[in-house]
Design a protein around this ligand. Structure first.
Ligand code: ADP
Ligand code: MG
Length: 618
């Protein structure tokens, strides 16, 4: 089942499909392609002639969603329904983001610290994957509109420090947007490609990529040998960027205007005017020595020297990150061959000057820093499309490999298109007290339910010593050797029991079957992800009910009748929503049950601890 595209502009059938490169940024996102005639990488322009789409979503009362510049205008007027910086939440649990949550003005659900975060808008819950997918879908639509052809394949970039879960979440977001994600590549790798570094297979180079965006900073040290990029080290600050430049400039204006804190808290509109004026000033100071304007008819001004002084401590921080990255890579400044500048904030001349001084060499800043990552992704896409015959492509896995987890879900350990040889591992635990064995079922495919994928092997890891549920550490390791043979090893780390099995993942599958499996995953992405979300919500809710029932039983003497009654009602309501398969109800009732139990759970735990201290035991 191959797909054909018709070029609406020319009325001809497009034989070669265009694969786009996408920079899915924290602040801005954009799409780039290799121009079919000029063979140059170009970023796609929007109707308003800009390439950047702000990574912001707004949900209106009637459920209408807008993305980009239009959504950005709601940041101050409708903050609880305007979602930004979704990228910070990808693949994260509430525990991961607890300390930084205050910086977000929308609602993040925190009913269970180990779970992946959810965002609540009105009475609907969204995962970061769904929200990112909405942005990607908008980018896809805009690209299709400009190019007048259908787009179904892409390369998406992620920061080099993104872990497995964050990369998988990005992949899922693409899939949900109806895009086949041919590869996830590192942003610094993409930026290097955009400068033509790494495009000839004979070259060996060490590169430092300095990326200062809107809200995040990272620096990566890469080594490229024979066309293969290796990340030697990364460092950075996920809460440092151009927004902080705006803040210090805004503060400067506030002082000039003589405004008090009370006046500012009382007037949200004024705060927004100042913030926008500050960003305008910052951008103008990139080219000019002086910025002069008015805020509500009062004159304000700032010189480049003043601006430089204000941001200097922020730049100091980025420079010490560069030093740490160098230390971690065990290299000296002299070992760095090339320094590449990425991110809108590297337009500020003082940033360029400091980075160049630190590395002791000229920097590469000729490619537009907002676009450089997307342009590199387009170059990678073109290589994958086979248009750049000089480059050899590494052997990759054609389909994802993973194991079955709770509720029959597929947990991918090695995503499709991973390099061969390769390996990956993850830890699991038991669900029942005293459970002595665990089933390891290995599957291949792109669907969320294992029943839709292809089973490769199954075995039981037995002999786990009796322990309470959740305590055993079952480590599953996947290793694919250069011949494409997969070895799966399961071991319980506390006791050392282990078992290994070997399988040949592709055995018996033709190219056409692989293609069909891929197409099915795209067609069914939406329902798959909905089913997955439902199963996850149900599993969590069932665990919550069981925990609560155990707790009630064990500590009944400390719990009042009212509390007990409220809890039993809460459990019953939650159970009904589980039986009804109503995802949103399950999630809000799980949260409600948590709200009922947490006050007395805390009290009971305090009593239990003090009794234990008295030597009474619990
Ligand atoms: P991200 O990678 O986080 O999505 P970008 O690379 O798009 O972010 O960078 C956005 C930041 O670049 C914003 O803080 C913006 O104000 C800043 N920026 C854009 N143009 C300029 C300029 N001319 N001078 C200084 N900063 C700029
Ligand atoms: Mg970026």
């Amino acid at each position: 089942m191959a797909k054909i595209s018709i070029n609406i502009a020319t009325g001809t059938i497009q034989k070669e499909e265009l694969i786009v490169g996408i920079d899915l940024g924290t602040t801005n996102s954009l799409v780039a392609i290799i121009h079919p005639e000029s063979k140059q990488a170009i970023a796609l322009k929007d109707i308003d002639n800009t390439t950047l789409v702000p990574s912001i979503l707004h949900f209106s009362e009637n459920g209408h969603v807008t993305v980009g510049r239009e959504a950005k205008s709601f940041l101050e007027t409708d903050p609880t329904n305007t979602i930004y910086s979704v990228k910070r939440l990808m693949g994260k649990s509430y525990n991961d983001i607890r300390t930084n949550q205050h910086s977000l003005s929308y609602k993040i659900i925190d009913d269970d610290t180990e779970r992946l975060v959810k965002i609540q808008v009105g009475d609907t819950f969204y995962s970061p994957i769904e929200l990112s997918s909405t942005i990607l879908h908008e980018l896809k639509n805009r690209a299709e509109h400009v190019l007048k052809m259908s787009i179904s394949k892409c390369v998406i970039t992620v920061p080099a420090y993104f872990n497995d879960a964050q990369r998988q979440a990005t992949r899922d977001a693409g899939k949900l947007a109806g895009l086949e994600v041919l590869r996830i590549i590192n942003e610094p790798t993409a930026a290097s490609l955009a400068y033509g570094i790494g495009l000839s297979s004979a070259e060996t180079k060490t590169i430092a990529v300095y990326d200062l965006g809107g809200g995040t900073f990272d620096v990566s040290i890469l080594k490229i040998t024979d066309g293969i990029f290796d990340v030697l080290s990364t460092n950075g600050d996920t809460f440092l960027g151009g927004d902080d430049f705006d803040k210090v400039v805004g503060q400067h204006f506030i002082t000039q205007l003589g405004l008090t804190d009370e006046e500012l808290t009382a007037d949200k509109r004024l705060v927004q005017i100042i913030r926008l004026k500050a960003e305008e000033a910052k951008k103008q100071l990139t080219l000019n020595e002086l910025f002069e304007s008015t805020i509500l008819e009062t004159p304000v001004s700032i010189t480049r020297a003043e601006f430089t002084k204000l941001i200097s401590p922020l730049i100091d921080k980025t420079i010490s990150c560069c030093q740490k990255a160098l230390n971690d890579s065990q290299l000296a400044k002299d070992d760095i061959d090339v320094v590449v500048m990425v991110g809108g904030s590297t337009r500020t001349p003082f940033v360029k000057q400091r980075v160049s001084e630190f590395f002791g060499k000229p920097i590469n800043d000729s490619v537009n820093p907002d676009e450089v990552v997307a342009l590199g992704a387009a170059i990678q896409a073109d290589i994958l499309a086979g248009n750049n015959k000089d480059l050899l492509l590494l052997d990759i896995t054609p389909l994802s490999l993973g194991i079955e987890t709770m509720g029959g879900l597929m947990d991918v350990l090695i995503p499709r298109n991973s390099k061969i040889p390769g390996k990956a591992g993850r830890q699991y635990s038991t669900q029942k007290d005293g459970q002595s064995g665990i089933k390891v079922a290995v599957y291949q495919g792109e669907r969320d339910l294992v029943s839709d994928n292809r089973k490769l092997a199954e075995f039981n890891l037995t002999g786990i010593p009796a322990m309470p549920a959740g305590l055993p550490k079952v480590d599953i390791q996947f290793m694919i050797n250069a011949d494409g043979i997969l070895q799966v090893k399961a071991s319980e780390l506390r006791s050392g029991v282990a078992q290994t099995i070997e399988v040949k993942p592709q055995y018996g599958l033709s190219d056409a079957e692989v293609e069909t499996m891929l197409m099915d995953s795209i067609t069914n992405a939406k329902s798959d992800i909905q089913i997955r979300a439902l199963i996850e919500a149900k599993t969590e809710a069932e665990q919550m009910i069981q925990l609560t029932e155990n707790f009630l039983h064990k500590h009944q003497q400390y719990i009042t009748d009212d509390e007990k009654q409220a809890t039993l009602t809460g459990i019953q309501e939650l159970q009904t929503s589980i039986n009804d398969n109503d995802k949103n109800a399950i999630m809000s009732l799980t949260e409600a049950l948590n709200t009922i139990t947490s006050p007395y759970a805390e009290r009971v735990m305090d009593i239990a601890v003090s009794e234990a201290l008295k030597g009474k035991g619990v």
